[in-house]
Design a protein around this ligand. Structure first.
Ligand SMILES: C[S@@+](CC[C@H](N)C(=O)[O-])C[C@H]1O[C@@H](n2cnc3c(N)ncnc32)[C@H](O)[C@@H]1O
Length: 206
């Protein structure tokens, strides 16, 4: 039931964290954190009552006491927290949620798309990208990012490719670019070949 992606998100959670899972859906992350005693407290939330009902039913089956809120982002979370997980949504939705004035010091993000935009904009919001893990789960690469409040200037390369140093992932990106290069006009070919040159450099780094 627990995917590698959920386990990787959980690997960024620490014992002292009071975690709110924004968009918990089925509640699997909350269950994993609670059953394995990985944090001080976990709070479940989702914008959809139907999703939260499913999570609550899963908590009850396992006899887990987890406070749960229907909430658009942080708006209706009626208790304190110091860590938020926002995972399994698009970058624009995540950025909208982060416009709140209740953002905690630590956030763990996993976006479905536009990773470069996410890195750039979250950095601008005043967060430092502390760590990033890219994992292959069910034939799909997922990037999980750990942020803490602070100032940092990411390089263009870091914004575009992240800081995971995952060699297989970079090789995968090169392979995808090569597939596209065969089919696109000259100008686009040059751009993709340059991207591959940068990615090759990253694969050669220790
Ligand atoms: C694809 S599920 C991801 C579930 C889980 N976080 C995961 O990563 O496996 C996305 C969930 O986010 C919820 N969601 C979307 N926008 C939201 C928002 N603004 N605030 C809270 N939850 C939201 C949806 O209702 C849905 O249950």
């Amino acid at each position: 039931m627990i995917s590698e992606r959920i386990k990787t998100i959980a690997s960024f959670v620490s014992k002292d964290d009071i975690v709110v899972d924004i968009g918990c859906d089925h509640g699997y992350l909350c269950i994993y954190l609670k059953e394995n005693n990985l944090c001080q407290k976990v709070i479940a939330s989702d914008i959809k009552q139907s999703a939260l009902d499913m999570a609550i039913s899963n908590f009850l089956t396992r006899k887990l006491q987890i406070n749960s809120y229907v909430s658009d982002g942080f708006n209706n979370i009626k208790e304190d927290f110091n860590t938020a997980v926002i995972a399994g949504m698009g970058t624009n939705t995540i950025l909208n949620i982060l416009k709140s004035n209740r953002t905690p010091n630590k956030i763990i993000l996993a976006s479905n798309n536009e990773l470069a935009k996410l890195r750039k904009e979250v950095n601008k919001l005043g967060y430092v990208l502390k760590a990033e893990k890219v994992i292959l789960d069910n034939k799909h690469y997922y990037s999980i990012m750990l942020y803490e409040k602070g100032k940092q200037r990411l390089t263009n390369k870091e914004i575009k490719y992240g800081i995971s140093h995952n060699q297989e992932y970079y090789q995968y990106l090169i392979h995808k670019n090569n597939e596209i290069i065969a089919k696109v006009p000259f100008k686009k070919k040059i751009k993709l070949k340059y991207e591959n040159y940068i990615l090759k450099g990253l694969t050669e780094k220790k």
